[in-house]
Ligand binder design. Structure first.
Ligand SMILES: Cc1ncc(C[n+]2csc(CCOP(=O)(O)OP(=O)(O)O)c2C)c(N)n1
Ligand SMILES: [Mg+2]
Length: 798
């Protein structure tokens, strides 16, 4: 141990006590003191979960971390995090008193909702762990790029619950990161051997060590604290150590809960020898004995600080820190303590034990004899010394939409062409694009882009096929310059990668424009990580392709039905489903700007969308080749595409039928409109490019009118507002019909929603469109039966 750390141990122990008190008090206040609001449901106490991590927090943040280090805190240690930030002046008493309340400090640390410099949000266990590894890859990516400003490299650190390690995404991430030659990542496992429901299985530590070892991580096991190590050196100490090593987790927990007398009785029964061991035990009071048995490595700031400080390379490291859930509180060790909460009398006893005077509960320095001296020491703690650590990065101008003149094209191929075109141009924006894909790079049309920009690896690796002169359309060249990050199949990794890369401007001060591709149905496979990335306000483009039943030859198991609804419901994600490549180009160019915005929440007074705020973008694309429209590039066209819909065929004022379609069924809608037009008046065809934006604008405008802003009108209200009330609306898409059917409610038009509601039917595109009733015949039949007038000829005239 360095002299500095040794000198600081007293301070660390003071801080540890302060953090333990403030975290427990914050939770106590929220549950027992704050007036109970109507409908306020008490949820997990988390006092025990905070207590088990208090020593780790203290040693890490106050003795080891540097400002460039970034930390994901296990979700239920949130009160401890906020308490620490409060002690350091970065969190307000008001928000702590209102912990979990409206506008208060968040139940789980949140980048977007909290004010106290949260590096990574957490909440859904496992995601915060893995995102640190992907952030480290992003850091390596930036370090390899000549355009990125060189900054000191930080360690990406996760504070992990041991039961959190049950989450599969952690292992998916381990495998991925091994491929990417991971650096600068620490996972500190709070090995309290308890989960939410109970005590974890025996021997978990051996599995953990074996798994991390298999992926070339260093594993540092911190089992014994300094008191224990000193006791082992005493006569009889060997036997004590041996007993500890063989004690089942359940028993250790139970004895911890019962306290000193129970420890003594059990130890005497098991290893008491009327000799050295008995003497070792008798030398200690019950209190001291409990203290000794509770002095595990992860509850010993000396041991922790020393172990953390000893790491002086960038090898990924897992610390297995043995802890006690509820350490230092009356809840310690009890298997039911996860949601357990000290009751009022327990809290009073705890307060006395902690020496906190009545009325001084919120005083940061309440129990400190020399507050000014400690404050001086805190002012110098490296991690906090420079204030909060959020960067900003300049916005990079977009290059304008690329317009192609293909007669026929699919949106997926169009997407590939846009990127390929950008790669050729090498603009300032292109330089910042980083693509990634879970083993579907080529099959989602990223191949051209990758051929030009290369794959990213910290060290150059040649393409053996190329070296051996074997013809291949793909150059698979890895180098530090590469702009594509190749991922294995796991979609959780894709969204965590996008989540981390999409925070680059804020975490590392360098703008990245991350683009990921995925087969559309498998968005569901990474959905929690997608939500997580959006919740962190990460900025990326996700391209789901191919989509719907239109991928017919791929088979039923690859169909997506609900993804348009996911796109609508996902906060922070603007979703589009263009039918044509010119629309796609306009959307992509707009998206590159939108992804970089960080303005106020003010809505746009034309669409009522919060475009100044910015966000991420989802494009649902298709492999189906469609005949492309004649060149159209007017400002009005572009605006309609971005706003979410435009009239492909303008309805007359006496219009009897409107067909609103989204995406790849455009030809069916157009054909049907032609056929219906013989028998019904003024047919309109509404091209919907974004049901999501139309819907969001509508809801926002309604909300504004409710608040008295009577003139607020959304884009879809303007589009539907001029139609006669008897006009029939037929909505159609390759996806769930609820995506569009709500449009009928905007101005009260009778609606026939056509779409796909059942999964897994195989067949050709024609078979499937007929089967699900989204072909032209089905649209015509709907118009014939449900709009007034003479029957319409149902079969196409060839
Ligand atoms: C994905 C997900 N599932 C379930 C939960 C509910 N939950 C919160 S903490 C927890 C287990 C806690 O055990 P551990 O990780 O060992 O943390 P400890 O409190 O013991 O430190 C669970 C199941 C969650 N937050 N996220
Ligand atoms: Mg645990």
């Amino acid at each position: 141990m360095s002299d500095d750390i040794a000198n600081d141990i007293t301070r660390l122990k003071q801080i540890e006590q302060r953090l333990l008190w403030l975290a427990c008090w914050t939770i106590h206040n929220a549950n027992h003191i704050r007036p109970k609001e109507e409908g306020n449901v008490k949820i997990g106490g988390h006092q025990a979960s905070c207590a088990s991590m208090v020593s780790i927090f203290t040693a890490l943040y106050f003795a080891v971390l540097k400002p460039q280090d970034r930390v994901a805190v296990k979700p239920h240690a949130s009160p401890l995090f906020h308490a620490m930030q409060y002690l350091m002046g970065n969190q307000t008493r008001e928000k702590l008193e209102n912990f979990r309340g409206y506008g208060g400090a968040q139940s789980y640390p949140s980048r977007t909702k909290d004010i106290d410099d949260v590096d990574f949000s957490t909440g859904s266990v496992g995601l915060g762990v893995a995102v640190t590894a992907f952030a480290s890859i992003v850091q390596d990516y930036l370090a390899a790029k000549p355009w990125a400003q060189k900054r000191p490299e930080g360690r990406m650190i996760a504070l992990v619950g041991d039961a959190e390690l049950d989450e599969g995404n952690i292992y998916e991430c381990l495998q991925e990161c091994w491929k990417h030659d991971l650096t600068n990542t620490w996972w500190i496992i709070d090995y309290n051997r308890q989960s939410l429901d109970g005590v974890v299985r025996e021997g978990l530590w051996q599995r953990i060590e074996a798994i991390f070892g298999a992926f070339s991580w260093r594993v540092v096991r911190l089992k014994y604290g300094v008191l224990q190590r000193a006791a082992f050196e005493e006569p009889g100490g060997e036997a004590l150590r041996d007993w500890i090593d063989h004690c089942p987790n359940q028993l250790y927990s139970a004895l911890t809960f019962q306290g000193g007398a129970a420890w003594r009785q059990r130890l005497m029964d098991d290893i008491g020898d009327q000799g050295e061991v008995s003497a070792l035990l008798e030398k200690r009071s019950d209190r001291e004995l409990a203290q000794l048995m509770n002095n595990l490595g992860g509850q010993c700031v000396e041991t922790l600080a020393e172990a953390f400080a000893a790491i002086d390379d960038d090898k990924p490291t897992a610390f297995l820190a043995y802890t006690i859930k509820g350490w230092g509180t009356p809840l310690a060790g009890h298997k039911d303590n996860h949601a357990g909460l000290m009751n009022v009398s327990q809290m009073a006893a705890f307060q006395e034990e902690m020496n906190v005077p009545q009325g001084a509960e919120w005083e940061p320095m309440a129990t400190i004899e020399d507050p000014a001296v400690l404050q001086g020491w805190l002012d110098d703690v490296a991690f906090f010394a420079q204030g909060t650590r959020r960067f900003q990065a300049a916005t990079i101008a977009t290059d304008g939409p690329v317009m192609f003149d293909d007669v026929e094209q699919s949106t997926q191929a169009g997407f590939g062409k846009v990127l390929d075109h950008m790669a050729k141009g090498k603009s300032a924006l292109t330089e910042r694009i980083v693509t990634t894909s879970p083993d579907v790079t080529v099959s989602t049309n990223l191949g051209g882009w990758v051929n030009r920009t290369g794959l990213f690896a910290r060290n150059t690796q040649s393409d053996t096929f190329r070296d051996e002169l074997i013809p291949s359309t793909q150059k698979w060249q890895f180098s530090p310059d590469g702009q594509h990050i190749e991922l294995g199949i796991a979609e959780m990794n894709l969204f965590l990668m996008l989540g981390a890369a999409g925070l680059s401007h804020s975490l590392f001060g360098e703008r990245l424009i991350p683009i990921g591709t995925v087969y559309d149905p498998f968005i569901a496979r990474g959905l929690d990580a997608l939500n997580y990335a959006c919740y962190m306000d990460s900025r990326f483009m996700i391209v789901g392709t191919p989509a719907g039943i239109t991928l017919a030859p791929e088979g039923g198991a690859h169909q997506s039905i609900g993804t348009p609804l996911i796109g609508m419901a996902q906060d922070g994600l603007a979703s589009f489903e263009p039918a044509y490549v010119d629309e796609l180009s306009v959307i992509m160019d707009w998206a590159f700007e939108y992804m970089q915005k960080s303005g106020e929440n003010d809505p746009d007074e034309r669409t009522w969308l919060r475009d100044e705020t910015g966000g991420s973008v989802y494009l649902r694309l298709s492999t189906k080749v469609l005949e492309q429209p004649a060149k159209r590039d007017s400002a009005a066209f572009r605006q309609g595409v971005i706003d979410g819909a435009y009239w492909l065929r303008q309805p007359d004022s006496n219009c009897e039928v409107v067909i609103a379609y989204q995406g790849v069924v455009a030809p069916q809608a157009i054909e049907a409109a032609g056929r219906i037009g013989n028998d019904r008046r003024g047919i309109g065809v509404l091209a919907v490019t974004s049901a999501d934006r139309l819907n969001a604008g509508w809801h926002a405008a309604v909300r504004m009118r409710k608040r008295g802003h009577t003139a607020a009108t959304s884009h879809i209200e303007r589009l539907m507002g001029d139609l006669p009330s008897h006009c029939l609306l037929i909505t159609v898409m390759d996806g769930h019909p609820a995506t569009l059917s709500w449009i009928g409610g905007v101005c009260g038009h009778r609606t026939v929603p056509l779409g796909v509601e059942h999964f897994g039917q195989t067949g050709t595109v024609d078979d499937l469109y007929r089967h699900f009733g989204i072909d032209a015949d089905a649209i015509v039949a709907a118009a014939s039966q449900l709009s007034s007038g003479r029957p319409i000829k149902l079969k196409a005239i060839n």
